[in-house]
Design a protein. Structure first.
Length: 165
């Protein structure tokens, strides 16, 4: 190789390797490669920019059709969104009405139970019955219903395995 070839090789962006002492493990350290930054060319003063190419009539008509289709698609999407919004509002109204009726039914049931308890307590207080009897009646009302016990499951028999020795 000639001296010029060596200079060309050393001037290019080649990654170099460094070898450390033999006692330490060998590590390859790569130098970062500097990338070229391209700058935008500035227009020369006095020179006019290149005029744009004129569109043909077919291109102009195609662009108008494109704009018309875009507008139509926008209107279609807007229409679908409006319909969805109306359906959602109607659904929310129905859901609120349904939950309101459930709450009212539950409140009426609770009120009826409270009235019945008050009437029972009034009857008991008028009769001068002992406290133990009152406690028993209250315990009977609060007692959860007895659950039915299921019959025990039938035993599952497994097939014996045969081993040949």
């Amino acid at each position: 190789m000639s001296q010029e070839d060596l200079e060309v090789l050393t001037n290019t962006d080649v990654e170099e390797e460094e070898v450390q002492e033999e006692d330490e493990c060998i590590q390859i350290v790569k130098k970062p490669v500097k990338k070229k930054i391209y700058q935008k060319k500035e227009p020369v003063e006095g020179a006019e920019p290149k005029p744009k190419k004129e569109r043909t009539e077919a291109q102009k008509k195609a662009w108008e059709r494109c704009l018309a289709n875009r507008q139509k698609n926008r209107e279609d999407r807007k229409k679908v969104q409006d319909d969805d919004a109306k359906l959602l509002a109607e659904y929310k109204k129905q859901l609120a009405k349904k939950s309101e009726t459930k709450v009212v039914k539950k409140a009426v049931g609770i009120k009826k139970k409270a009235i019945m308890r008050d009437e029972d307590l009034d009857e008991i207080s008028e009769d001068e019955t002992p406290i133990e009897v009152v406690k028993q009646k209250i315990a009977q009302r609060r007692k959860p219903p007895v659950k039915k016990q299921l019959p025990p499951p039938e035993p599952v028999y497994e097939m014996p395995t045969i081993r040949w020795v």
